[in-house]
Design a protein around this ligand. Structure first.
Ligand SMILES: [Zn+2]
Ligand SMILES: [Zn+2]
Length: 359
């Protein structure tokens, strides 16, 4: 069993510690991937800060790409040496959700525990991945084979932020060409909802954010207009730009005020797509009568409702054609030893995606 370096969380809110840990060989249906890149997602930070509870000690990190370095028995279609994206979406393929085409909502408990620390104690493989480590062992349902030649740093972003944002538009909202959208939050997921809306042919794409700088970046990704969230009743400016309310409003941040005000941006019949994840226990309020009276709706979207083997390959194609921006999402590259600095930089809010790069 290989010994690898991993960033371990032993206490919520404390810095991660770089430790030598043991990774079990892939069991039936599992693959081992030697990582080249793992991006830092706000979900990792919410967990590390204790916002969602969970088991400790743990290895976080779930936005990864690398090369397959071993396969367990019964693995089909994936071989040693293949470049792959590693996602947290572990799916059994046979439960009602999987069979119904929604593997992100898989109902089977497929927990596995390939990680142990230097004393032999179990380490929790957070979000089915444990990607802040040199290697991971995951279920074969979590990986998608890539063509040779794609940069691994760009590919890693397809594991979470990109599929969550683009998928919210094309899968959860089912956006049609010509519809108008508002995207609240122009961070890692928001920028991808924006470029998803551009790809889907949206008419107006209004970015709403607290920062002028982020609104400027949003325009590079396809936003037609930017509205400062700090302005008074920002939905008024958004509706003025559209000429009416939006057909779809994407909340891509976990801030409760963003959720409380999201319905204000809607046109009659429009939908709020809830993507951002507040800490456990946080509550939002809205007026049910407004939704009922105008046929509006609110719907949650997990991981962009993607089917990874269907959706990641077309996103790779669009990237290679220059129609989906990935490289432009990367704001910093860091080593595993620098992970606490990379996390601190992500928390400042000015970063797009910080990526841990492995030799
Ligand atoms: Zn994520
Ligand atoms: Zn399932």
């Amino acid at each position: 069993m290989p010994e690898i370096k991993a960033a371990v969380c032993r206490q919520f809110g404390a810095p991660l510690t770089i430790e030598t840990v043991t990774l079990a060989a892939p069991a039936m249906g599992e693959v081992e991937v030697t990582l080249k890149a793992c991006a830092i997602c706000h979900s990792d930070i919410s967990y590390i800060d204790g916002g969602w509870g969970g088991t400790l000690p743990a290895v976080y990190g779930h936005e990864a790409a690398g090369h397959v370095s071993a396969v367990g028995a019964g693995v089909r279609g994936i071989a040693v040496g293949d470049p792959v994206v590693v996602t947290l979406i572990r799916a059994c393929g046979t439960c009602p959700s999987c069979a119904g085409g929604k593997p992100v909502a898989c109902e089977s408990d497929m927990a596995s525990g390939p990680l142990t620390d230097a004393t032999g104690a179990a380490l929790h493989q957070a979000m089915n991945t444990g990607g802040f480590a040199e290697r991971v062992v995951v279920d074969q349902s979590q990986v998608v084979k890539l063509s040779d030649g794609i940069a691994m740093e760009a590919a890693s972003l397809l594991a979470c932020g990109v599929i969550t944002g683009v998928g919210a538009v094309v899968n959860a909202a089912g956006l049609r060409a010509g519809q108008d959208v508002v995207v609240i939050g122009a961070g890692g997921v928001g920028l991808n909802a924006i470029q998803g809306a551009r790809i889907a042919g949206a008419r107006r794409i209004i970015a709403v954010d607290m920062s002028e700088e982020k609104l400027a970046i949003a325009k590079e990704f396809g936003a037609t207009d930017g509205v400062l969230a700090t302005s008074e009743k920002p939905w008024r400016a958004a509706k003025k730009a559209i000429g009416r309310g939006a057909d779809a409003v994407f909340v891509t941040v976990g801030a409760i005020p963003a959720y409380d005000t999201a319905p204000q941006y809607l046109a009659n019949g429009g939908k709020v797509i809830m993507v951002g994840m507040p800490h456990s226990g946080a509550m939002s309020t809205y007026e049910p009568v407004m939704l009922a009276a105008t046929g509006q709706g609110m719907v949650g979207s997990k991981m962009g409702d993607v089917v990874i083997t269907r959706d990641i390959p077309w996103m790779v194609d669009l990237y290679e054609q220059g129609r989906l921006k990935l490289d432009e999402l990367i704001s910093g590259r860091w080593t595993l030893e620098q992970i606490n600095e990379a996390i601190a930089d992500t928390k400042t809010g000015s970063a797009k995606r910080n990526v841990i790069v492995f030799d």
